[in-house]
Design a protein around this ligand. Structure first.
Ligand SMILES: NC(=O)c1ccc[n+]([C@@H]2O[C@H](COP(=O)([O-])OP(=O)(O)OC[C@H]3O[C@@H](n4cnc5c(N)ncnc54)[C@H](OP(=O)(O)O)[C@@H]3O)[C@@H](O)[C@H]2O)c1
Length: 300
């Protein structure tokens, strides 16, 4: 099974790289990892050549324009990467009979629900980022059949920039932090998402063909405020932090941002577990592991 991973230097891409050797050894997978330079999703011609030359069986798209606030004033680039990119990949995958595993976001929803979103729930993005990601999803669904779109949320990892790393930095720098307490969602470790995606690729190799839209996020809902408290608590117990700042709960209105965030973006994972038998993300356990492996304050 020949697998191309696009956006290999992002949080998810890195985590897929970390797991790839096991799949090479145990299941005969061959990976090609491409970054934004040698696998630019906006360069359709070059991408088509690369996918054909590698006799690709599966494409995993971990690339995205993820600067949610910047996207509000940079819509052209956000749409090029998040909408045109997946559209290009879908066209090529359809022509070459390649399975396409694409990653999307909870920001395709408006956040007005009170029950976890199902994959077939009505979409209504409130931001340029969310709208550009939804346009990517729709292009894939229009152009091909053998696709798996996985919406995820509140992503964290040991790589890149994310909420966990920001909180640990603020915890070291400040005595008090103000965190939004009225938005609910499900933190997701990209290592768990990477494992789920590779186990899906293995199922594809075995003949599973339940194509469609899925949700994969952490197993329990929380707020940014509770998430921050959990990060500080684990930071202290693992000695990643030497002190815990006072955490003050604030409202979304008290922390204005260019992009509107969904107030409630909890997603239901049951379909992906039923159809693809993936292991759910126990985000508190994964958070503990990620923080335990982070540099200590006195590490040089
Ligand atoms: N982060 C979150 O909280 C979150 C939440 C929900 C869903 N998601 C989705 O989860 C997926 C993975 O997110 P992530 O956090 O791992 O993203 P990330 O860390 O921001 O990585 C995105 C990667 O995409 C690459 N990229 C940008 N433009 C590209 C292009 N034109 N061609 C090829 N690659 C390009 C970037 O490369 P350069 O570094 O070279 O620019 C970067 O390595 C994305 O689909 C994202 O929308 C993320």
């Amino acid at each position: 099974m020949n697998i191309i991973v696009l956006g290999c230097n992002g949080q998810l891409g890195h985590c897929i790289q970390d797991l790839s050797m096991d799949y090479e050894q145990d299941h005969g997978f061959t990976f090609k990892f491409l970054n934004s330079k040698n696998g630019d999703v906006t360069d359709s011609r070059k991408l088509a050549q690369t996918l054909a030359d590698f006799s690709t069986d599966v494409v995993i798209n971990a690339s995205a324009y993820t600067a949610v606030d910047k996207a509000e004033s940079d819509a052209e680039v956000a749409y090029a990467v998040n909408a045109e990119g997946p559209k290009n990949i879908a066209k090529i995958c359809s022509d070459l009979d390649i399975v396409f595993i694409h990653v999307s976001t909870d920001y395709v929803f408006d956040g007005n629900a009170t029950m976890p979103y199902q994959p077939n729930a009505t979409t209504a993005p409130q931001s340029v980022y969310g709208a550009s990601k939804l346009a990517g999803e729709q292009a894939i669904q229009t152009l091909m059949n053998k696709f798996i779109i996985i919406r995820t949320a509140w992503v964290f990892s040991e790589y890149g920039n994310n909420f966990v790393k920001t909180m640990l930095r603020l915890g070291r720098e400040r005595d008090e932090v103000e965190i939004v307490a009225d938005q609910k969602g499900c933190p997701t470790y990209t290592g768990d998402l990477a494992a789920a995606i590779l186990s899906i690729a293995l199922e594809v190799q075995r003949g599973n063909s339940k194509w469609g839209v899925y949700h994969y996020c952490g197993n329990n809902e929380t707020t940014w405020y509770e998430f921050a408290n959990k990060i500080f608590k684990i930071g202290l117990t693992t000695e990643c932090l030497l002190k815990q700042p006072v955490v003050k709960a604030i409202s979304t209105e008290a922390f204005p941002t260019p992009a509107v965030r969904p107030k409630y973006s909890v997603m239901d994972n049951s379909k992906i577990i039923a159809d693809w038998n993936v292991v759910e993300c126990d985000w508190i356990k994964s958070l503990h592991n990620v923080i335990s492996n982070m540099p200590r304050p006195n590490d040089s």
